[in-house]
Design a protein around this ligand. Structure first.
Ligand SMILES: [Zn+2]
Length: 343
């Protein structure tokens, strides 16, 4: 553990002790929104291409312990409406959200949420669920893992495909995250072609069963539990890349299909990858949504644009202390606004 990390943890502990970073103080008069993606047992997380996008059920339990102690928790639709009506409870308002409608949300998150009596919001990429096809970044990730595991020539094959697509695997992160980030910049068609080429080259025609998306029946069960269901577009493509026709399809059509399938009004839109612009936000408003969430780090005051709401992305490893255990003071520090350089 670096001395910088030790210093950071000590500062976090001290500030929490004197309650300077206490959510009751720092989150007051604001709407906070927490983001989770996958919830996977450790054994599955280890074979998932992006372990940072997953928390274990035990880690989710620790997060929810902290949240119930320090916040008034609920779905985004409930908490946002309460916030707009001027409610200002002693424990500040927090909405819990899950992106991507992964089956593990149904299998694991549902139980942990029920234990804490928390209702949450789940954002569904509609076409992907209909087709039961993994999102492009997962298909790409599993294909690259399979290529890297090939005894002979897998890595060379991978590098050749990347070069042909005009991409480099170098960058600040892991090979996988560098490729994902680079491929976000090459346009929709080229990106999907790249994914198909990688899947074909890897010979990995199917991903492990734990990685699948929820079915509409499972999503409807979450809705029946009292959780909110929101749209995460049709195909999880990056909204600013869409022409106006595609935008209507992604935004308006996903709302219609979900309302038909779930039988409840769909009021929240979640931008895939957090990407949005003025045209996208306008399309979301026109389609009848009441709010939309981004991946921009932070909470929301009265001046917040309801179609550009900020969220706190929950990454378990970033709130672990030197003993590897969940450290409430560190999470409070990260959510306090005092902690610099957060993405
Ligand atoms: Zn997503």
């Amino acid at each position: 553990m670096s001395s910088k990390t030790i210093l950071r943890n000590s500062i976090a502990r001290l500030l929490f002790l004197i309650r300077l970073t206490a959510p009751a103080r720092r989150g007051r008069m604001h709407l906070s929104i927490a983001t989770f993606h996958r919830v996977l047992p450790e054994v599955d997380r280890q074979s998932y291409p992006y372990p940072g996008l997953a928390v274990t059920p035990e880690e989710l339990d620790a997060f929810l312990n902290f949240f119930t102690e320090n916040f008034d928790c609920g779905t985004l639709v409930t908490q946002h409406e309460r916030y707009l009506s001027g409610e200002n409870p002693a424990r500040p308002l927090l909405a819990i959200t899950f992106d991507d409608a992964q089956y593990d949300n149904y299998r694991y998150a549902r139980t942990v949420l029920a234990k804490h009596h928390i209702k949450a919001s789940f954002f569904v990429p509609v076409k992907a669920v209909e087709r039961q096809e993994l999102l492009w970044h997962d298909r790409l990730g599993f294909a690259i893992l399979a290529l890297l595991k090939q005894a002979r020539g897998g890595e060379e094959k991978l590098m050749r495909i990347l070069t042909e697509a005009g991409l480099s695997a170098s960058g600040p992160g892991s090979l996988l995250s560098n490729v994902v980030n680079a491929s976000k910049g090459i346009g929709l068609e080229a990106r999907l072609r790249l994914v198909e080429t990688l899947v074909e080259a890897s010979g990995a025609t199917s991903a492990p069963d734990f990685a699948r998306l929820m079915s509409f029946a499972e999503i409807a069960e979450l809705a029946a539990d009292g959780h909110e269901i929101g749209s995460h577009s049709m195909t999880h493509c990056l909204m600013p890349e869409c022409d106006n026709r595609a935008l209507t399809y992604e935004v308006a059509e996903s709302r219609h299909v979900l309302q038909d399938r779930i039988g409840q009004p769909i009021e929240t839109f979640c931008y895939p990858n957090g990407n949005s612009d003025a045209r996208t936000a306008h399309a979301v408003e026109q389609a009848g949504y009441r709010r939309a969430v981004t991946t921009t780090w932070g909470n929301n005051g009265q001046e917040a644009d309801r179609f550009q709401l900020r969220r706190y992305d929950m990454v378990a490893s970033r709130v672990h202390g030197s003993d590897g255990k969940f450290m409430p003071a560190l999470l409070a520090f990260r959510m306090s606004g005092f902690y610099p350089c957060l993405g």
